[in-house]
Design a protein around this ligand. Structure first.
Ligand SMILES: Nc1ncnc2c1ncn2[C@@H]1O[C@H](COP(=O)(O)OP(=O)(O)OP(=O)(O)O)[C@@H](O)[C@H]1O
Length: 602
């Protein structure tokens, strides 16, 4: 460990509280890491810091310790409901992890209350917990913290509680300050006092000054810490002890290569990253079915309540595979992860660094492997330049077992697998279109047929991105996929009921269409008849209007000559539009003559 730490804690210019030192001894950390020795003295003074250090280099303690020291130094002790420090981090798992690290220290300081505010729990319970135990130190995710500011009606005036704030920390700051969290972070920052210390921490720290100003940093000290033993000129963002590989293979070979790799690394601990939740669901089930004697777990952002349980369970495993999305990309500190496998490259380059950083932490060794399609190979060069992340090539296994037919059989046997595969493929194509490096990840050049074979699809799905395209190299399975039933009897019963309902509605609709069509025709016919009668009536009315001009008894009707509309037009030289007006004028002006002679009726 000495190769990654420098200096004992006692050498800090500002001595740490004895109980902080005691907690560090309990953890077995006699020495500081470079980022800790660089950041703690500055943060404990009135300095705002923007710290950048490689993944797994101890940034958490670099802000947890100063927070405790600052609160211990307060002249006016914090009351129960007064908030002295807030730590914001992008994911629930990371907030849970930081909260645990903090608890290890705050348990030595009973005068400080600490509260975890994250999604996936009942916000009303959070309000009650806060009112009951207070929250001198808050560890939170942005959405839930923002929500808590809006619960004054429930008796929690958080806006008032934070007036005593001394320290704000944004962990994984570049992620928190990007567009995804912009609204929440801006809302939260508006409630916080400007007079405070602010610290930003990340392995890929934001460089935009406006982001630093937005976060409320004043004359921040930028701390960019190298690993010990690495050349000062090195700008590599991944740990020096990380062995980073890439493998080039076609889309319909990737899954077989992945399974071959995992089957040959069974007694180890791996993270396997996919681009979407649906891919995690589909391939997680597939790996579970195809790789025997290995613990395979899945976690992604759309899971509501299982996430925490799965995360804690996997952390305690000696070996196993966690299939995940980027919800596990940043900050997660799982001991002894041997390999980070990226089945899908991440949507942005900084996520690549953070994913790799789940292994080779704090001086341990570790390896990472990213699968690239032939057309994506230039990503290697991009990573080397943009993220200072050098990769070595790993050749694909020659003739690995082809497991795709087994995956197809699973889909034919259970509609749940079939639907998961289709949904995963659609989500993968849609995610591909959103790559930050869209010059490398070009949707228009993607071989959809090969990709569909890699998903073991039974047929190509209907989706806008595929509209009008032909796939001669994709051979669909020759069955009507609507006949594939769910293995789960209840789900199949529901489906059949739904299909029956659809059939009935379709029949009704056809009947309705026919009726409407007939009705429309008959309506049209009736309309024509009506129009004809209307026209005849109008003619009569127009002329009758003259008839009324000369009040006479019905028996004398034969004496009157009835002008037709056309004749009236000719005689009066009036435009047909004006004729009704003229008629009206005559009625109104009781002018009984027409063209200088009494009106006649024929
Ligand atoms: N001074 C130290 N001595 C030994 N181990 C330490 C020390 N400080 C932290 N560690 C351990 O190093 C590991 C990584 O720490 P931490 O999670 O804080 O890294 P990080 O820089 O925040 O990583 P990431 O960038 O992924 O968030 C943890 O297991 C932690 O317990």
């Amino acid at each position: 460990m000495e190769h990654v730490t420098e200096g004992a804690w006692e050498t800090l210019p500002v001595p740490l509280h004895p109980r902080v030192l005691a907690a560090l001894r309990e953890l077995g950390f006699p020495y500081m890491t470079p980022v800790q020795s660089a950041t703690i003295p500055l943060f404990m003074k009135n300095k705002d810091v923007a710290a950048e250090a490689v993944t797994g280099s101890g940034k958490t303690l670099a802000f947890v310790i100063p927070i405790l020291q600052i609160l211990l130094k307060r002249e006016e002790k914090l009351k129960k409901m007064q908030v002295g420090a807030i730590i914001i981090t992008p994911t629930r798992e990371l907030a849970i992890q930081i909260n645990e690290v903090l608890l290890h220290f705050s348990k030595h300081f009973p005068q400080f209350s600490q509260i975890l505010l994250i999604g996936g729990r009942n916000p009303g319970e959070d309000v009650e917990r806060f009112k009951e135990q207070g929250g001198n130190i808050i560890v939170a995710t942005p959405g839930r913290l923002e929500d808590m500011f809006r619960r004054k009606a429930e008796g929690l005036d958080l806006a008032n509680c934070v007036k005593s704030l001394d320290v704000l920390v944004l962990d994984e700051a570049d992620r928190l300050l990007d567009m995804g969290f912009e609204a929440s972070i801006n809302t939260i920052l508006e409630f916080l006092p400007k007079q405070r210390r602010t610290g930003l921490f990340s392995a890929t720290q934001t460089q935009e000054v406006e982001n630093l100003v937005r976060a409320g940093l004043r004359n921040p000290v930028r701390i960019s810490v190298k690993e010990k033993g690495v050349a000062a000129t090195s700008t590599q963002k991944t740990p020096s002890r990380l062995e980073n590989y890439y493998m080039v293979c076609k889309a319909d070979e990737k899954f077989n290569q992945l399974v071959h790799f995992l089957q040959n690394h069974k007694q180890e601990k791996h993270l396997v990253f996919f681009s979407t939740c649906a891919c995690v669901e589909y391939y997680g089930k597939a790996l579970e079915a195809l790789i025997k004697n290995a613990k395979i777990m899945c976690i992604h952002g759309k899971m509501k309540y299982k996430r925490n349980k799965i995360f804690m369970e996997f952390r305690n495993l000696q070996s196993g595979i966690l299939v995940c999305t980027d919800v596990m990309a940043r900050g997660i500190d799982i001991p002894e992860v041997n390999w980070v496998l990226q089945y899908d490259p991440p949507s942005n380059a900084s996520a690549f660094v953070h994913r790799c950083g789940r292994t080779a932490r704090i001086g341990h060794t570790g390896s990472a492997l990213v699968f690239l399609l032939p057309m994506e190979e230039s990503y290697v060069n991009f990573l080397s330049i943009n993220q200072k992340c050098p990769l070595q090539e790993m050749k694909p296994q020659k003739n690995p077992a082809d497991l795709l037919p087994q995956l197809k059989s699973m889909a034919l046997a259970d509609r749940a697998v079939f639907e998961k595969g289709m949904k995963a493929f659609v989500s993968c194509v849609q995610a591909y279109a959103k790559h930050e490096c869209n010059l490398i990840f070009r949707l228009k050049d993607l071989d959809f047929a090969s990709l569909a074979r890699g998903f073991a699809l039974l047929r190509m799905p209907k989706m806008p991105e595929l509209r009008g395209k032909q796939f001669p190299h994709f051979v669909p399975v020759d069955i009507d996929t609507d006949t594939i039933a769910f293995k789960d009897k209840n789900r199949e019963k529901q489906r059949q009921k739904f299909l029956e309902q659809q059939r009935k509605e379709k029949k009704e609709n056809e009947g309705r269409k026919k009726f409407i069509k007939n009705k429309a025709w008959s309506k049209q016919k009736a309309k024509k008849e009506k129009k004809k009668k209307m026209n005849e009536k109008r003619k009569r009315e127009e002329v009758y209007a003259f008839f009324w001009l000369r009040p006479c008894k019905i028996e004398s009707l034969s004496k009157y000559k009835l002008y037709s509309r056309e004749t009236l037009k000719q005689k009066s030289h009036l435009d047909s539009k004006l004729l009704p007006l003229f008629t009206l004028w005559c009625l109104v002006s009781s002018n009984y003559n027409f063209c200088g002679q009494p009106a006649y009726i024929i």
